[in-house]
Design a protein around this ligand. Sequence first.
Ligand code: AMP
Ligand code: DBH
Length: 546
Amino acid sequence: MRSTHAQGWVPWPDDLAQQYRRAGYWRGETLEQMLAASARKHPDRIALVCGQRRLTYLQLHQQVLTAAAGLQQRGIGHQDRVVLQLPNIAEFFIASFALFRLGAIPVFALPAHRATELTHFCQLTDAIACIIVDRDNGFDYRAMVRNLLPQAPALQDVIVVGEAEEFTSWDGIINADTGSTELPPSPEAGEVAFLQLSGGSTGLPKLIPRTHDDYLYSVRTSAEICELAPASVYLCALPVAHNFPLSSPGTLGTFYAGGCVVLARRPAPDDCFPLIEREGVTLTALVPPLAMLWLDAARKRREDLSSLQLLQVGGARFSAEAAARVKPILRCRLQQVFGMAEGLVNYTRPEDDDNLLHHTQGRPMSEADEIRVVDDEDRPVRCGEPGHLLTRGPYTIRGYYRAREHNLRAFTADGFYRTGDIVRQLPSGHLMVEGRAKDQINRGGDKIAAEEVENYLLAHPAVHDAALVAMPDAYLGEKACAFIISRDPSLRPIELLRFLQRRGVAQYKIPDRIELIDAFPKTSVGKVNKRALRERITEKLATALS
Ligand code: AMP
Ligand code: DBH
């Protein structure tokens, strides 16, 4: 096996890896080989709809091989990291599968990420190339990358879908004369296939190494649980690189089943409802705020949504009240999904009664998922009592990428991932997400690591100290409030927000509110008492409303 600790990731212990192979969880197939198999089985079925473009499985796979040859000609090869930041367009899949074919490793940035995050991904991975779109949603990705080039010395190639300006054009790559070039042997399925992002809770976003073997296992199992078939039409409304729409069972699960993936540029009803009607969409995945928006819109709009059979909701806690409205309003089944890019995914099942469906976040997808619910000293709590969720299994990572120190805290000595979630487990195995021990804000499914944003705020000369906490929000569930101790009495909150924007960080990380404060409340051991700060802002909001 060529993939080792030295390459920045922590493999499963050999005996377990063998066990996972013997059990048939890991099948030695790469993600690109999965697509190739679907192309052999269903060459003429539509695999992908992107705007007016419709690609059959055969066409999609051929474009993947062409792109692989073109990328190889640009010097991209086995184990090279390539930061991929694309919106919901066909090129996301053509580029990703082409990189999988070469054994190169895409780093899945989200379209919301800005210079600060992109620079970090380039530096942490020594990426030799990045693939971006020219502009989207009023933002020029070329200008962003142009400005970060001095900080990313390993970056040799910037590949642009659309108008490339001084950079390499994607069209040039897929139209290059690659006649005589032969593709290298496929990578091994036990190697890292890509790096996915974690919401994290510490300084800078962590990267999650997923192998072909482990990811495909989760994709296949998810596709079975969700009963995907060639007739399935999956609408990808969330950002395509996110783990939920990519693998639970998402776009990859749909390709595995021979179904059709329909890409929506935006998740709002204006974009998605006409697509559901036109394409006969049968399932889709949303975060809770979007699900609520859809429920409201469905009552007012005219589109025929009757093809929809399953709405998956996950990424943040979905209220039981909203869950109970899905079936009466959308006339489709609801599935709650509680997952994480690190691995473990839980689903409610078709046979679950309404009580389980509305009040739990499902149970683990695999019989091989190991679940522990423990107290602060890692001792198991009694069944049904709340505790920290720890997990281990055939598709849950053993360590973050190039994060030796952090891994000591994020994983137990025997390889369980500390999810940071507080859950209760019912005798049926179903989990209820009760809260969070990690210092993170879950802003309607977008995760914000408090420490990361605090560090950005601390970089402002007038900021003496900063503490970011969650505040309740009717629509998003939570928003972020920054408490600031200022050195300068004239500092205005708007100046801090502009400071973050100028620096270039994802918009969802910019605090929704800034509270200036003289001193932080402290815990008995002298740490910032974030619970007291959360209570303070919650009370303030309640008083303002009453
Ligand atoms: P990440 O590790 O960044 O992929 O984010 C995964 C985290 O999102 C989980 O550990 C939970 O905190 C949260 N999460 C995902 N799905 C749900 C859900 N259905 N209900 C509550 N929290 C969720
Ligand atoms: O929030 C998540 O990261 C998530 C939610 C649902 C996820 O990674 C998944 C399903 O696979």
